[in-house]
Every structure is written in structure tokens, then in C-alpha cells.
Design a protein around this ligand. Structure first.
Ligand code: SF4
Length: 316
């Protein structure tokens, strides 16, 4: 938490006026206990009593104020989720590319439970390119849309073999030429397997940045451009993780847990979900109560923070 926001929360005093010179309204918000101190993610059991904090109204918000608010939200989320990471298990760019394609219309957990069997049998693009589709379909069945996904992963493996020497290319313009690979998938791979900055505009990202009024765009490419302009490139990959983690864990599509949200004072959509702190706590997903994350092999930082690996397929 920044010194400034910490101070505001500590004193419970109203913060600054809006850019248009109007004083921001004040409402009650119960801040969530931050994960950093305990090591447990999104720990809420000992949430502080409700305090009055200011609501920053975006109406008439200047560009400068928007940039500041957006970056502040990202900083706050970085404190709540210091170990945020891509939630697909992978050991190389090929595995991440295939896993990302498989993640359409299903959970990362289900993909993570499926890919160990797939990569044990087909470890390289050459293997998957030459695979019998029926056998791949059987492995991918738990992911849903398994026939279409089989076609996609075999097709992109063939393209990798024929056009890129069996290697996953590290450039956006090459990745999007692969069958079934759009900008979202390409940025996931670039950001997480190649360390090149990328913004992942998935369903959570789209929903949250609109709630926060970072942009009114609805087209993913336009959202990517609009949000990218608010942050330095070096922040893009981590920003994507923070936003997606928040969307999965607190700011849900249908019932956002506003009363348990650590960035409520910065959110113009506060009140769209449950504001009662006790009821909001009950809406929290995943790590509440020590439930595991999505990865069977999560990064060490997540384990160090008290996170637990997800179980393999059929174990839970
Ligand atoms: S809508 Fe509610 S849960 Fe989502 S960020 Fe805003 S205050 Fe938090």
C-alpha cells in the first residue's frame, strides 16, 4: 500500500477533490487484510472494522488523474497479490502456447490437470504434429470442445514444424500467424515465456477495466491499446496478472465482493456487488480457507506465501 493510501485508510479521512474541483463523496468500506503480512493470499478473516474513505469520482476525471488512479490500483493489487502469476502450468514456450489455446471456454485448473498427460505423450511440436487426432481427442476430452481443440493444437504444431523449425517464435507478428492464435494468446506467450511485455485482455480484464473506467472500449484490441497507454510497458505483464487475479478472486462477474475489496476506495463501480463485509467475505473464491490455486506446479513465491498446488485430475 502506498504511504498516502495507508494514511488515508488509517485516519479514515476524506481524500482529495475530483479533478473538476468537486469534493469526492464519502462512503463506508471495510478494507481487506492484506496478504503480504500473513503470507496467506486474500486473507479476510480479521478484516478491520468499517472506516469512512473517499470515493474518487471519475466524472470529469482528467487524463493525468486517470493515469494516477490506474497506476495506484495496480500498486495496491501488487501488494494484495505479490505472487500473482500465469495460472497455466508450463515448462517451455510450446507448452504455454498449447495450454493457452486449450484454456478457451474452460478453467486453467482443468487445463493444468489435462496437459501433463498430453505433454508426456507428445513433448515437442514434431510429436503433436504427427499425432493421431483420435488419441489426442481422448486426452483433451476433459477440456471441452475437444475435437476443435485437437484440430487447433495439431494444426499449430504442424505450422511450428513447417514454418518455424519446430520452435515457438518470440515475435507477435509470427505468433498470430499460427492457426488458432490471436493477440491474447500471443501476449500470454510473449509475456510469460519470453519475458516480453504484453497485456492479456481476457474476460476478467475486460470486465474490470470497464468497471474501473480505465476505458469505455469494448473491442479487446482497443482495450489493449487504451490500457497500455496508461502504464509503462514494463508493467504490462504483471498488470495483466494482477487484474486477472482480482477478477477471479474478488471482483467476480455476477457478484463482485465489494465489501471485501482492497481497492474499493479507488473504484467507481463500488456497490455493483455485495457491500456488506460479512456477506462479501462469503463470496471470495479460490484461496479463501486455504483452497489451492489453479496450478499443479505453482511458482515458489506462491508456495512461500502459503498457497497450495492444485490436485491432479481425479484427485479432488
Ligand atoms: S466493483 Fe467492487 S469488487 Fe470490483 S473492484 Fe470495484 S469495489 Fe472491488
Amino acid at each position: 500500500m502506498t504511504k498516502k493510501s495507508a494514511s488515508a485508510k488509517k485516519t479514515g479521512t476524506a481524500r482529495k477533490a475530483s479533478p473538476a474541483g468537486k469534493t469526492a463523496s464519502v462512503r463506508k468500506v471495510t478494507p481487506v487484510k492484506k496478504a503480504v503480512a500473513t503470507g496467506a493470499s486474500v486473507a479476510v478473516e480479521k478484516a478491520a472494522p468499517a472506516k469512512k474513505v473517499a470515493v474518487e469520482a471519475p466524472a470529469g476525471e482528467s487524463r493525468t488523474a486517470l493515469v494516477r488512479r490506474a497506476r495506484r490500483i495496480n500498486r495496491e493489487l501488487a501488494e494484495v497479490y505479490p505472487y500473482a502469476h500465469p495460472e497455466l502450468d508450463f515448462e517451455n514456450p510450446f507448452q504455454l502456447l498449447v495450454a493457452t489455446v486449450l484454456s478457451a471456454q474452460t478453467t486453467d485448473l482443468r487445463v493444468n490437470q489435462t496437459t501433463p498427460g498430453l505433454f508426456a505423450r507428445y513433448p515437442a511440436p514434431e510429436d503433436l504434429a504427427a499425432a493421431d487426432p483420435e488419441q489426442v481427442e481422448e486426452i483433451l476430452r476433459p477440456c471441452g470442445f475437444f475435437r476443435a481443440k485437437t484440430r487447433s493444437v495439431i494444426g499449430l504444431s504442424k505450422a511450428l514444424v513447417e514454418d518455424f523449425g519446430g520452435e515457438v517464435p518470440g515475435r507477435l507478428e509470427d505468433l498470430v500467424k499460427l492457426p488458432g492464435v490471436g493477440r491474447k494468446t500471443a501476449f500470454v506467450v510473449l509475456g510469460n515465456a519470453f519475458g516480453r511485455p504484453g497485456i492479456t485482455v481476457d474476460t476478467h480484464f475486460q470486465r474490470l477495466v470497464r468497471r474501473w473506467k480505465w476505458t469505455a472500449e469494448t473491442d479487446p484490441d482497443n482495450i489493449e491499446a487504451a490500457v497500455g497507454a496508461l502504464f509503462p510497458k514494463s508493467d504490462w505483464t504483471d498488470l495483466s496478472h494482477h487484474v486477472i487475479w482480482h477478477g477471479r478472486r474478488i471482483c467476480h462477474a455476477r457478484k463482485p465482493a465489494c465489501g471485501a475489496c482492497p481497492i474499493a476506495p479507488l473504484c467507481p463501480a463500488y456497490g455493483e456487488g455485495e457491500t456488506d463485509p460479512e456477506k462479501a467475505k462469503k463470496l471470495l473464491k479460490y484461496e479463501k480457507g486455504g483452497l489451492p490455486g489453479q496450478r499443479l506446479k505453482p511458482p515458489q513465491a506462491y508456495l512461500d506465501a502459503g498457497g497450495r498446488p492444485a490436485p491432479p485430475l481425479g484427485a479432488a
